[in-house]
Design a protein around this ligand. Structure first.
Ligand SMILES: [Zn+2]
Ligand SMILES: [Zn+2]
Length: 267
């Protein structure tokens, strides 16, 4: 295994935040400024810029909205932090917050509070994913997967065009043609792409199942709240449903505040 791969792997393991903040932008820059102009020209090159800008906007925008949207129980108005009469049995007591909490919410040790319909704590967005920001997290993982997959595909097209499928052949070719610097640029793109594409793709697969069943990350096969795909979608994405793919700034109010959950009728 190449020393560059080993170094990248170790760095990603030790500093995942820094790796993402360095790896993703540098991968985009290298692909868009170095490889894309070689394999596309004219209108195709302009289209690739529009697509790359749209994807990058949605990755960064959804990550920012995810981080800045409060989804803790504390963000509710005071009167909504208590169960409505007759629903006390659905709420549970949090030993750490020392009060009753709504169904599907649970405590996060890192955020130090209970999160509405908690999915999981995301180390990349540095916040919990819950009822109010789940939509942004879904599109964040979606565009991250699409973006890194397109970047990888662009690198592979270049590999095919240059007559070699495998990274080490590309290195050999480019050393002969363009020198050592360009060869390492291309090889680095492959390494960053492979590492950066795998994690969001796995996360996206989980999130698709979560939306499909209206489940959560730690109860991925729980079908208790599965009301059908259309309703599940609106409960997570808001009134505009899957149209929220267009932009994180698109207004899409959620159907409720995350304290009362309709359960799937018993068969
Ligand atoms: Zn709590
Ligand atoms: Zn958390």
């Amino acid at each position: 295994m190449c020393i560059v791969t080993e170094l990248c792997h170790n760095y990603a393991k030790r500093y995942p935040h820094k790796f993402v903040s360095i790896g993703h932008p540098s991968s985009v820059i290298l692909v868009m400024f170095y490889i894309t102009p070689i394999i596309f020209n004219g209108l195709l090159y302009k289209i690739s810029w529009v697509v790359a800008t749209f994807i990058t906007y949605n990755i960064l925008g959804n990550m920012l909205f995810c981080y800045s949207t409060n989804t803790s129980v504390e963000c509710l108005p005071k009167d909504r932090q208590l169960p409505v009469p007759g629903e006390e049995n659905l709420w549970h007591y949090c030993e750490i917050c020392q009060k009753l909490m709504p169904p599907r919410s649970w405590h996060c040790a890192l955020c130090r509070c209970c999160i509405l319909k908690r999915d999981h704590h995301c180390i990349f967005a540095a916040t919990c994913i819950g009822h109010n920001n789940h939509r942004y997290f879904f599109w964040f993982t979606f565009y991250l997967t699409i973006g890194t997959a397109l970047s990888l595909a662009t690198s592979l097209i270049y590999a095919v065009m240059s007559g070699s499928f495998l990274p080490w052949l590309i290195i050999k070719d480019s050393i002969e043609i363009k020198g050592i610097f360009s060869s390492y640029c291309q090889y680095l793109i492959f390494i960053l792409n492979n590492l950066a594409c795998g994690v969001p793709a796995i996360m996206l697969a989980f999130q698709i199942q979560i939306i499909y069943l209206n489940a959560s990350y730690y109860e991925i096969n729980n079908r208790s709240y599965n009301l059908g795909f259309r309703k599940n979608c609106k409960l997570i994405m808001g009134q505009r449903g899957l149209w929220t793919f267009l932009s994180p700034s698109l207004k899409s109010p959620l159907p409720h505040d995350g304290t009362q959950w309709q359960m799937k009728p018993k068969d």
